[in-house]
Design a protein around this ligand. Structure first.
Ligand code: C2E
Ligand code: MG
Ligand code: MG
Length: 436
C-alpha cells in the first residue's frame, strides 16, 4: 500500500480530490492482487489495436503507479513523479503524447526512454479516477487517430469488471469469483457456434435521390449479458486466432440471405440493382486463396445479382502486400461484384491500392468526413478526391455523416452515396432499417 502523502515525492500532477481518490482506489482492494486474465487480455488488445509494444492497466497509488496488467513492461510498478498516468488521473481526461522530449512535464519519462504515450482514465462509479488504461512506445511516433476511442472502449470493460469484482467481494463471493472469459478464444468460438456473432446493418443512401440504396453489414457480438459488443473489441482476437475466417463466411451468408429477402419483397426493375449490401473483409481474409470462389458461389446460391454486392477492403494490422490481394479481388470483379477501399484517407488505404487494385469505389474515412465542410483545406481535398475518383470511374461513398451540413456539402461536391448516424445507426434488419 502507499505511504502517507508527507513522504510522497513532489509531483506536479495531483487530482483535485487526491485524498478521496486514494481512499477510493484502496477500497477496491486491487493493489498488489494477483494478475487476472481479463485485464491481461485488455492490455494485450490495447497494444494490438494501437500497434505499440507496451500497454498497461495502471493504478495510480499514493507513491507509486502499480500495474494490474502489463504487456511488454518489465517492472511491476514505478515511483510517482515519473509517469504520464498521473497526468491523466489528475486531469481526468485522455492524454496523447507523440514525443515526450518536447514537453518539459514529461522530462523524466523521456529520460527513461518512454517517448510516445496514449492513456485514458479508469473512472469508478464514484466519479473518481483510480488509474489508466494506456499504451506506450520507446520511439517517438503518432499513435492511430482512433487510439483514444479504442482505449476508452477497453477502459469501459475494465471498469465494469472492477466494479463487478468489488460487488462480488462485498457479497462474500470473492472465493467464487472467476475472471470473465469474455475475450478468450474458446468463448469467442462458442459465440460463433451459438449464433451470437451476427451482422447488423447500417443504411446507405444515394445522395442524388436521398433514397436508401443499400446497407453495410457490421458485425456485432450479441452477448447474452453484456449486450451488443462492437467489432473493435474482438476483431483483433478474431484475426490473431484465425477465427475471422469462419466468422467472415458466416457474415457473408447472413448478409446475402438478408439481401435476398429484401429483393424478394421489392419489385425488381431491369438494369443496375437498386439495392445492395456491402460486406467488410479484412486483407487477411481476402489474401487467403479461395476467398473469391467462396463468395461467388454464395452469391449464386442466394440468387442475388453480383452487382448488388460490394466487398469493402479493410485492414487494421500490418499492411498486406498488394500482390496478395489482387488475384482474389480480380476474380470477384470478373464475376461482377463491386470492391470499395474502406477507410480511404486513413491508415492503409493508400494511393497505391487505388492504382494497383481492381477497385470500383472508395469509401471516405470518417476522420475526413468529420472535418467537412468547416475545415476548408479538407473540404477542398474531398472535392478533389471525388472529382479524381469519378475520372477513374470509381464511385465515392462517405461514412460517418452526422450532420445536415456534411450531407449537403458531400452532395454538392458530387459524392455518390453516404452513410452515418444522420441517416441511421446500425440495427438488426437490412430492409426497413432503424433510424436515430
Ligand atoms: P467500417 O467498415 O469503417 O465501419 C464504419 C464504422 O463507423 C462502424 O463501426 C459504424 O458503426 C461506425 N459509424 C457509422 N456511422 C457513424 C457516424 O455517423 N459516426 C461515427 N462516429 N461512427 C459511425 P463498427 O460497427 O464498430 O465497425 C468497426 C469496424 O469493424 C468497421 O469499420 C470494419 O472495419 C470492421 N468490421 C465490421 N464488421 C466486420 C466484418 O464482418 N468483418 C470484418 N473483417 N471487419 C468488420
Ligand atoms: Mg466498412
Ligand atoms: Mg470505414
Amino acid at each position: 500500500m502507499g505511504t502517507s502523502s508527507a513522504t510522497r515525492p513532489l509531483h506536479a500532477a495531483t487530482h483535485a480530490h487526491e485524498a478521496d481518490r486514494i481512499e477510493s482506489l484502496h477500497s477496491y482492494e486491487l493493489l498488489d492482487s494477483e494478475p487476472e486474465d481479463l485485464y491481461d487480455d485488455l492490455a494485450l488488445l490495447a497494444a494490438t489495436m494501437c500497434g505499440t509494444p507496451m500497454a498497461a492497466v495502471a493504478l495510480v497509488d499514493d507513491d507509486r503507479v502499480w500495474f494490474k496488467a502489463r504487456f511488454g513492461i518489465p517492472r511491476a510498478q514505478v515511483p510517482r513523479g515519473f509517469t504520464f498516468c498521473e497526468q491523466v488521473v489528475a486531469q481526468q481526461r485522455p492524454l496523447v503524447v507523440a514525443d515526450s522530449r518536447l514537453d518539459p512535464r514529461f522530462r523524466t519519462a523521456a529520460e527513461h526512454g518512454v517517448l510516445a504515450y496514449a492513456g485514458v482514465p479508469l473512472v469508478g462509479r464514484d466519479g473518481l479516477p483510480i488509474g489508466t488504461l494506456c499504451v506506450f512506445d520507446s520511439i517517438a511516433r503518432e499513435l492511430p487517430d482512433k487510439a483514444v476511442e479504442w482505449l476508452r472502449m477497453l477502459a469501459d470493460q475494465a471498469v465494469a469488471h472492477i466494479e463487478l469484482r468489488r460487488t462480488d467481494h462485498r457479497a462474500g463471493l470473492a472465493e467464487a469469483f472467476e475472471p470473465s472469459r469474455l475475450l478468450r478464444p474458446e468463448r469467442v468460438r462458442a459465440a460463433l457456434d451459438d449464433g451470437e456473432l451476427v451482422p447488423w446493418f447500417q443504411p446507405v443512401v444515394d445522395l442524388r435521390t436521398g433514397r436508401r440504396c443499400g446497407a453495410e453489414a457490421l458485425l456485432r457480438w450479441e452477448h447474452p449479458e453484456h449486450g451488443p459488443i462492437p467489432p473493435s473489441a474482438f476483431l483483433p482476437l478474431l484475426e490473431a486466432t484465425g477465427l475471422i475466417l469462419p466468422t467472415g463466411r458466416h457474415v457473408v451468408r447472413q448478409s446475402l440471405a438478408a439481401l435476398r429477402s429484401v429483393l424478394d419483397a421489392t419489385t425488381g426493375t431491369a438494369g443496375a440493382p437498386a439495392f445492395g449490401v456491402s460486406i467488410n473483409a479484412s486483407a487477411l481474409e481476402i489474401s487467403r486463396a479461395g476467398f473469391a470462389r467462396r463468395i461467388i458461389d454464395e452469391v449464386a446460391e442466394h440468387g442475388v445479382p453480383a452487382a448488388a454486392v460490394t466487398i469493402e477492403l479493410t485492414e487494421s494490422g500490418a499492411p498486406t502486400p498488394i500482390d496478395a490481394l489482387r488475384p482474389e479481388l480480380q476474380q470477384l470483379r470478373d464475376a461482377g461484384l463491386r470492391i470499395d477501399a474502406d477507410d480511404f484517407g486513413n491508415g492503409h488505404s493508400t494511393l497505391q491500392r487505388l492504382l494497383d487494385l481492381p477497385l470500383t469505389g472508395i469509401k471516405l474515412d470518417l476522420s475526413i468526413v468529420s472535418r467537412v465542410p468547416h475545415d476548408v483545406r479538407v473540404a477542398r481535398v474531398v472535392e478533389w478526391l471525388v472529382g479524381g475518383a469519378h475520372e477513374l470511374d470509381l464511385s465515392v461513398v462517405a461514412e460517418g455523416v452526422e450532420t445536415e451540413e456534411q450531407r449537403r456539402f458531400l452532395r454538392d461536391v458530387g459524392c455518390d452515396r453516404a452513410q452515418g448516424y444522420l441517416f441511421g445507426r446500425p440495427g438488426r434488419t437490412l430492409g426497413a432499417g432503424p433510424t436515430g
